[in-house]
Design a protein around this ligand. Structure first.
Ligand code: ATP
Ligand code: PRP
Ligand code: MG
Length: 282
């Protein structure tokens, strides 16, 4: 049975469970459940604190896990990213009150408050900056007002928390993060059960990103139409009963579907339909 670590709370938890459910796996019905066995799919899910997941996976007791890229880096555990999942996107940045410092080079002698001590200590060392780091569990934006630090380093999504605290980001982002699948560094990359799990999640990612597009067009316009809808490999072309017309079927990026439909219509295509993809294996 494949043993998988899943975030039990926080920003990663809901979207991770939703993605696994979409991929056909059973998910817990109740937030107090710690372990769930899905015998039909031969997997066992362990609901763990997001911060602990890289540690469990690096120990080899669990095969893979879903966590944040920033949490993996912060843990310094011997685990590696094998699939980005596209949710819980954020940047990790320094912020301070206007006028305190313009970038990391000016932090010498100051104190940086963060929940991600591993990332920050490494970043300061990489830049040869001698600053102190104070670890806080959360709500680090308040650390400046309360005089615990002059700088904070934290997750930034919309920037609302920083604005509300009267802070502004400084310097380039330290890193960009999103939810990822991890495995122990050096684990067999071809392990069939892991490959099958990743294929299922990749199927969900594709189903979320693409729609299926069908349309009819005159044969003489086919080359220009296909240039608009090249598909992932190659579109399917079928003859229509009306001579001189063909039907085309291709996957297109969902975000571009409306623009492509306008362009196809201008080209003379008709009966242009898009349908959602519920699941796929490429
Ligand atoms: N506002 C946010 N937007 C996107 N991702 C976020 C946000 N806050 C935290 N994350 C991501 O969630 C992961 C941290 O999860 P964790 O459960 O430790 O914290 P959390 O989601 O902030 O929950 P809480 O602080 O309520 O415990 C990291 O990968 C981080 O980048
Ligand atoms: O840029 P924003 O959209 O405001 O999101 C970023 C904020 O979200 C998280 O806070 P959370 O609500 O998890 O509280 P915490 O700081 O106590 O972890 C994170 O730590 C930031 O404070
Ligand atoms: Mg938080």
């Amino acid at each position: 049975m494949l043993r998988i670590a899943i975030p039990n709370k926080g920003s990663l938890s809901g979207p991770a469970s939703a993605m696994l459910h979409e991929a056909g796996y059973q998910q817990r019905k109740e937030s107090k459940e710690l372990v769930l066995v899905d015998p039909d799919n031969q997997v066992e899910f362990f609901y763990l604190r997001p911060r602990d997941i890289a540690i469990y996976v690096s120990s080899g007791r669990l095969d893979i896990g879903i966590t944040g890229r920033d949490l993996l880096l912060d843990s310094q555990a011997k685990a590696e990213e094998i699939l980005p999942l596209g949710f819980a996107r954020s940047t990790f940045r320094y912020a301070t009150r206007p006028g305190t410092a313009a970038g990391v080079e000016e932090f010498g002698g100051m104190t940086v408050a963060t929940s991600y001590e591993g990332i920050v200590a490494k970043h300061l060392a990489d830049h040869g900056v001698d600053a102190s780091v104070v670890h806080l569990d959360g709500a680090v934006e308040t650390a400046i007002e309360l005089g615990v630090a002059q700088i904070i380093a934290d997750v930034v999504e919309t920037g609302t928390s920083l604005r509300n605290a009267g802070l502004e980001v400084i310097g380039e982002p330290i890193m960009t993060s999103e939810a990822i699948v991890i495995r122990r560094t050096g684990a067999d990359p071809e392990e069939p059960k892991v490959r099958q799990f990743l294929r299922r999640l990749q199927g969900v990612l594709v189903a979320r990103t693409y729609v299926m597009m069908d349309y009819d067009c005159r044969a003489e316009h086919l080359e220009r139409a296909v240039a608009l809808t090249p598909g992932l490999e190659s579109p399917t072309i079928s003859p229509l009963h009306n001579e001189g017309w063909v039907a085309v079927r291709a996957m297109v990026p969902a975000k571009e579907a409306q623009r492509i439909m306008d362009d196809l219509y201008e080209l003379g295509a008709r009966a242009i339909l898009t349908t959602a993809i519920h699941a796929c294996r490429l």
